[in-house]
Design a protein around this ligand. Structure first.
Ligand SMILES: Nc1ncnc2c1ncn2[C@@H]1O[C@H](COP(=O)(O)OP(=O)(O)OP(=O)(O)O)[C@@H](O)[C@H]1O
Length: 459
């Protein structure tokens, strides 16, 4: 299908209306409005990329007050629309004022078809370019750290910090909610350091039982406990020359905190069951989702250890608090996971985009990976909807929607989903509930790509 370019001409003079229509109707979809009210109605319905706006409109055809009011309305309702104001020959002042308010261009009467066509085409090109830029922006990744997709100022600043501290040996504490990318950043620190070709050894202090954690970290000598049939290096030793990543450090038992502190001070370890000390050269990076200050206050974390591990601290914001990251990461995941699932070229529907932006993402990027993975399996066709992602749409954003069609479609979609779910996907019952015929319901489920069986949708 060829997508047509849409032009709205706001002009109260019937003679000029037909001349302008004649200039453009071969190549563009053209609508004409002669006053503010009908112009706004057409704007909502037609969603034109470009509007030509005669400032002298009734009830003030000799002045410009109505035209300026309409310009303001258009820019508020549809800020991406390019408005070309049309003024009288001597009316430079109003043209300048309109540009100052946000009009894209101006054109002075009398009408010259060639110049007007040039100005209008230029506005369409501008609209097109801006659209492309927005599209590129959505796919932009400003992060220099492998695996980290980001566009928000907060993450950009974190990436810059990582780049700066990577060459040093400063112990670094990375805090933030679960799934925010703490481990990825720790790996980034290692990869950008001079230790990059040496090991990166990670251990999750919360996942290993207390009695095993000591020997996991420090290693043990043969015969030091039942089952120790041979000596084994611990994580610290095996990271020698490289980076040791202690994940969930806030969960480290007190007794081990003392031993870790000693290691950080003296840079030597002794394996469990050994009296010999072994020097180890590692850079230590720790992470936790817990509030270490509170742990110190409650007596669960040693303050002296905290100062040792936090020469530098990096607080990774939750996904919902990053400006602009959510959609960029979702698009990236859709592309990469879609490819893995043999479903390339999947795209997000408008409702999916809105839902992604308004959801709180308590599990952060990890939760998003799960949802996008599911959606790349469940999506019918190439379009991924909010329900494929198991996200119900937030209605708040609807206030800002351009027109009634979008609001109506969203409401219609939500009502159909609800009806289907409440009668366990019995189409006859659901259509009775909705007060429509079964064929109409089938048409609508097709239109909105709503799945019609319980196993393929979300409760
Ligand atoms: N900015 C990002 N871009 C792309 N993928 C990311 C990003 N942040 C995190 N991820 C991915 O999300 C998942 C969780 O990240 P990671 O394990 O680093 O989080 P974490 O904060 O260490 O979590 P936890 O506290 O639960 O251990 C990983 O699969 C990681 O690759």
């Amino acid at each position: 299908m060829v997508v047509s370019k849409r032009l709205l001409i706001v002009e109260d003079d019937p003679g000029l209306q037909s001349q302008m229509r004649w200039c453009f109707s071969d190549e563009l979809e053209v609508s004409v409005a002669s006053d503010r009210e009908s112009a706004l109605a057409t704007l909502r319905r037609m969603e034109p990329e470009v509007v030509t706006l005669d400032l002298g409109l009734p009830p003030d055809p000799g002045g410009a007050s109505e035209g300026f009011q309409l310009l303001e309305d258009i820019l508020r309702l549809s800020p991406l629309t390019k408005v070309i104001v049309v003024t009288g020959r001597e009316d430079k002042e109003n043209a300048v004022r309109a540009i100052g308010m946000g009009a894209a261009d101006f054109y002075q009467k009398p009408l010259d078809a060639d110049i007007l066509t040039f100005v209008v085409n230029r506005a369409f090109r501008l609209a097109e370019l801006e659209k492309e830029n927005r599209h590129l922006g959505e796919h932009k990744n400003g992060s220099s750290i492998k695996g980290i997709v980001a566009a928000s100022p907060q993450m950009m600043s974190i990436c810059r910090t990582i780049e700066k501290i990577a060459p040093t040996d400063a112990t670094t504490l990375i805090t933030g909610e679960t799934g925010t990318g703490k481990e990825l950043l720790a790996r980034g620190l290692h990869d950008l350091s001079q230790r990059a070709d040496k090991p990166f050894a990670a251990i999750n202090c919360a996942a290993i039982p207390e009695n095993l954690l000591e020997s996991e970290l420090f290693g043990f000598e043969k015969g030091s406990f039942t089952g120790a049939t041979q000596s084994k290096k611990g994580k610290i030793e095996s990271a020698n020359g490289g980076t040791l990543f202690l994940d969930e450090i806030g969960d480290m038992p007190m007794a081990l905190q003392v031993k870790l502190l000693r290691f950080l001070q003296e840079r030597v370890i002794d394996r469990v069951g050994s009296v010999n000390t072994i020097p180890v050269d590692v850079r230590v990076v720790c992470a936790t989702h817990r509030n270490v200050r509170e742990l110190i206050d409650s007596g669960d974390f040693r303050e002296d250890l905290y100062y040792r591990i936090s020469e530098i601290t990096i607080d990774v914001p939750a996904l919902r608090d990053r400006e602009g990251d959510t959609l960029v990461i979702a698009q990236y995941l859709l592309k990469s996971l879609g490819k893995q699932m043999d479903r390339p070229n999947l795209t997000l529907t408008e409702d999916a985009i809105r839902a992604i932006n308004s959801y709180a993402w308590p599990g952060n990027v990890r939760e998003m990976i799960n949802k996008v993975k599911r959606a790349s399996i469940m999506a019918e066709g190439k379009r991924v909807t909010a329900s494929d992602l198991e996200l119900t749409e937030d209605n708040e954003g609807q206030d800002h929607q351009l027109n009634l069609r979008q609001v109506r479609e969203n409401a219609e979609r939500a009502a159909i989903l609800q009806a289907l779910q409440s009668c366990n996907f019995n189409m006859a019952q659901a259509s009775r509930l909705l007060g429509i015929t079964r064929p109409t319901l089938y048409n609508l489920t097709d239109k909105y790509r709503i799945k019609t069986s319980p196993e393929s949708t979300n409760a």
